[in-house]
Design a protein around this ligand. Structure first.
Ligand code: GAL
Length: 652
């Protein structure tokens, strides 16, 4: 079955409303609700005093109504008594500001007090509900790191030192790794080391990178702290925590995903962003990839508008449905929302709910009800998989490194990735994401955008892939540092130089006078004629590769921009600029043909997404106009699901 439901916060409502909630849930086809995510203050109103009566009652009502429960551990927002009594739990920002109560997530991830009190609550919840027949799934915390991903308090400083000691053993090792000979930063003991708080100018890159890794590990330790208790109590109940898509702060989801039983994701594409369909698709594909293709849950999406952008566009009629089908087509086994009933109090009262302020005589409710009915008919799709022939490498070390200051240029790692994804999506080519040291052998084409901080193992993995017949595209600002943030000197790219047949002499990003948009350049040599080169340029030597395109302007005139080194079966490409338009088209035309990768549709149509799950064709028209595609008429934002084809995949 495909789960359907949302976050349910009954504590915001008088109990009289609960019966109506359950009745409407049944009417709407709801099968699963996430319960108690922000209920700590209500469950433990005073330290050590628990009030489970209300939770017992609502779980019973849900159970009687046939609705399963994704029970939260309720630790996402500590109650005011906690920080009143233990003020050291409150987190400190990079600027030294201690964050206060009155919002949510105000805890230091390293706080032993927080972990102890959270564990105690979880133990009580596990004792009470582990045998409840309504329990389907555990929901640990909520969006770890969403608001407080890094904490700079003295408790965190102590934890950071312990983490560093475990990693480096001696302070000399730490000094060597962080390159502290620079700017007189040598440490004599671990006690002298602090988190990288606000500083006079650029902070040590190795310290920043380690602090990101440490912060991801500390949040993960908070998650594990609760999971240990749940596993012991209910070895057979799956556990999740909700991820946040391409989350660039402290959570390396490759590492996290190993510790959840099912990946779940919160996704809030901006309904007014013309790019939102491809960026949402990209997020779905990442979620599917995090556990090697295992089906995942869309844990939260908005029924219509959110309340946290400066202006909050409503979803257009059919848009929520189209995005929901997109998730299902890309491997989701559940579609859930934030939240069930739209709040009338608190800072999310303008965030849409499945039951809006207007009640059930509303477009939002009608769409919720319709989708519930439709998804219940798609049950046989659950647990099935999606095949992809192309992989894009995603790497959190590189992302974190590219967010530091003092770099050759400010580059958007996400946009570098999206630029490839968007074009493949438009061509209806299905993409997986992989970690830089992951198994690449099943892919006909692997794209590596700006793998800035690459370990020797990662470079060797990519080289092995290309040398065993794969088609590899590596783009600018890859292999620039190793995993200690040390430059890979001698032309960058390390072990990949031989694979690609190139080395880089000097960077020359496109730069204009301050405050003005950077100019762009021209690429020459591609089949469709001159193409745009933007963002990045560099002086590339190609001693052992064919030059496919050259820069056509300025001092770089005539220097290689795109190269190709033929391999045994495939080829290793290097792309030294940001491609778009005809440049990207020309390159992908050739590489996809050489790699034998075909899209789901032989003739894609603008704005129409096509993907196959378990051999079944999904066509989703994200545009505001009706279209006919592959002989199928689709309304604006319409969806079509084809019959299962035995062969699966292939061009329609
Ligand atoms: C998520 C969060 C929910 C709710 C939602 C609003 O980040 O998990 O609790 O705040 O955003 O869009």
């Amino acid at each position: 079955m495909i789960w359907y439901g949302g976050d349910y916060n009954p504590e915001q409502w008088p109990e009289e409303v609960w019966d109506e909630d359950v009745r409407l849930m049944q009417q709407g086809g709801i099968t699963l609700v996430s319960l108690g995510i922000f209920s700590w203050a209500k469950l433990e109103p005073r330290e050590g005093e628990y009030e489970f009566g209300w939770l017992d009652r609502i779980i019973e009502k849900l159970h009687a109504g046939g609705i399963r429960v994704d029970l939260a551990t309720a630790t996402a927002s500590p109650p005011p008594w906690l920080s009143h009594r233990y003020p050291q739990v409150l987190p400190v920002t990079v600027d030294g500001v201690r964050l206060q109560v009155g919002s949510r997530q105000q805890y230091c991830p390293s706080s032993p007090v927080f972990r102890r009190l959270a564990a105690r609550l979880v133990r009580r919840l596990a004792e009470r509900y582990s045998h409840h027949p309504a329990l389907e799934l555990w929901h640990v915390g909520n969006e770890y790191g969403c608001h407080v991903s890094h904490c700079y308090c003295s408790v965190s400083a102590g934890a950071f030192r312990r983490w560093l000691r475990a990693k480096y053993t001696t302070v000399d090792e730490l000094n060597a790794s962080w390159g502290t000979a620079f700017w007189s930063q040598q440490y004599q003991s671990f006690d002298e080391v602090f988190p990288p708080s606000a500083s006079p100018t650029f902070r040590n890159p190795g310290q920043l990178l380690d602090f990101d890794r440490f912060s991801s590990d500390e949040l993960l330790e908070c998650y594990r702290n609760e999971v240990r208790i749940l596993r012991a109590a209910t070895p057979d109940i799956p556990i999740t925590t909700n991820f946040m898509g391409f989350f660039d702060r402290a959570a390396d989801y490759w590492k996290w995903a190993k510790e959840v039983d099912v990946v779940s994701d919160d996704a809030y594409p901006d309904p007014s962003d013309p790019d939102s369909a491809s960026s949402a698709a990209m997020t779905r594909d990442l979620m599917r990839s995090l556990r090697g293709g295992q089906p995942w849950l869309l844990m939260e999406q908005a029924p219509s508008a959110v309340n946290w952008r400066p202006i909050n566009a409503a979803k257009r009629p059919g848009q929520m449905r189209a995005l929901s089908y997109q998730a299902v087509a890309r491997g989701a086994d559940g579609i859930l929302f934030f939240q069930w009933r739209q709040s009338v109090v608190g800072s999310e009262k303008f965030h849409s709910g499945m039951v809006p302020h207007a009640g059930t005589n509303s477009r939002v409710w009608r769409e919720v009800e319709q989708l519930g009915a439709e998804l219940s008919a798609l049950g046989d799709l659950a647990s099935t998989r999606v095949d992809a022939g192309v992989a894009i490498v995603l790497d959190w070390d590189s992302w974190w490194s590219l967010k530091q200051g003092a770099l050759p240029a400010h580059l958007s790692y996400l946009e570098a990735i999206h630029s490839w994804y968007r074009e493949l999506w438009a061509r209806t080519v299905t993409v997986d994401f992989v970690p830089s040291t992951g198994d690449l052998s099943g892919y006909s084409l692997v794209i590596v955008p700006s793998l800035f901080a690459a370990s020797g193992d990662a470079l060797a993995n990519l080289a092995t892939y290309a040398e065993s017949g794969g088609n590899l595209i590596v783009t600018y600002q890859s292999g620039i540092t190793d995993d200690r943030a040390h430059i890979t000197a001698g032309g960058y790219l390390g072990g990949l130089q031989a694979t690609l047949g190139v080395w880089i002499e000097e960077f020359a990003p496109f730069a204009g006078p301050a405050g003005e948009p950077a100019p762009s350049g021209v690429l020459l040599g591609l089949p469709s004629g001159p193409a745009d080169a933007t963002v990045w340029a560099e002086y590339i030597h190609a001693p052992d590769a064919e030059v496919i395109a050259t820069f056509g302007t300025g001092a770089l005139n005539g220097w290689p921009a795109i190269t190709r080194r033929a391999g045994r079966d495939g080829a290793a490409w290097y792309v030294g600029t940001q491609l778009s338009g005809s440049g990207l088209d020309d390159l992908l035309d050739r590489v996809l043909a050489e790699a034998g990768v075909v899209g789901v549709l032989a003739t894609p149509v603008d704005g129409v997404e096509a993907v196959r799950r378990d051999g079944r064709l999904f066509l989703i028209n994200h545009s505001d106009a009706p279209v006919v595609v592959a002989g199928v008429a689709l309304e604006a934002r319409g969806v079509h699901i084809g019959e299962r084809s035995v062969a699966g995949g292939g061009a329609a």
